[in-house]
Design a protein around this ligand. Sequence first.
Ligand SMILES: *Cc1c(COP(=O)(O)O)cnc(C)c1O
Length: 342
Amino acid sequence: MKEIDLRSDTVTRPTKEMLQAIMTAPVGDDVYKEDPTVNKLEQKLADMFGMDEALFFPTGSMANQAGIKLHTQPGEQLICDKWAHVYNYEGGGVSFNSGVSCKLVDGDRGMITAKQVEESINPPDFYHSPLTSLVCLENTTNKGGGACYDLEEVKKIRKVCDRHGLGLHLDGARLFNAIVKNDEDPKTYGKIFDTISVCLSKGLGTPMGSVLLGKRDLMKNAIRVRKVLGGGMRQVGFMAAAGIYALDNHLGQLKKDNERASEIARQLDDLSYIGKVEPVETNIIIFYLKDPEDESKFIDELSKENIRISNMGQGKLRIVTHLDYSEEMHLHFQKVLRGIAL
Ligand SMILES: *Cc1c(COP(=O)(O)O)cnc(C)c1O
């Protein structure tokens, strides 16, 4: 059996058809905005979300960081969940790039409520505390195990932001997993949020790339911020072509990824050596062994079978399903799980 890599949905390789789309893409210099394929991808996503503007970025972190910069001034504060990717996994970029601090909210599986947002806003005329200017949400949540926001709650958060003059950014690295799972219209997100980042290199399976979507008045500075961050790229239409191909061909696959994750979670639930399995909504499974001491033995047993998963520390193990995880691998993995004795 080939290696089964379940550490992340970022480990996928481009398919033959995607490579073909890459190889045949018309390209130009995107720093001059002359790459027809990048322009086409940006237009496609802007239309899909009903957003004014879209801009291609090399990574999701850079798209988020640019989004945060567009909304804030140094010294200000944003509100996010304590598990937020923008706070935990972007190298401290919020303070490095924007000079902004984070008010962390103790949410549920990475999700926060309108009430919590309201309570976290510093009074704007109390000049001792940082001025709150932005709320960042994540959908699906990464550290929260692929949980999806209830759009009704998000709409309430929007209302709080409107009342207090705050921007609302969505880190949508895995937004398509939520959209497919809950049968949502991307335009609903476009209506609610001021800026949205989406990743093409996770569930959609491209080698690289994220897109920042937003309203015109905010996005007019986005290309300058991208330049400052070092994200202006030249004939990057080759990568945008992979994104267009993925949007046309891989969205449906996300449903399979989500289903297989549920099946794995159900099986884990039945195994005697597994402790708690967090609720699974999309393609991420977070679980614990009954005895945390067994962790390295468990990981060893899996690696003997050429299977890799993530150890997130503090007893947390993570599995992520993706495009390169086939039905054959799925059956084999479940058989291996059943055969392990700890
Ligand atoms: C992966 C991810 C990102 C972006 O990561 P990059 O590796 O910089 O592309 C942003 N937010 C969340 C929630 C993610 O899971």
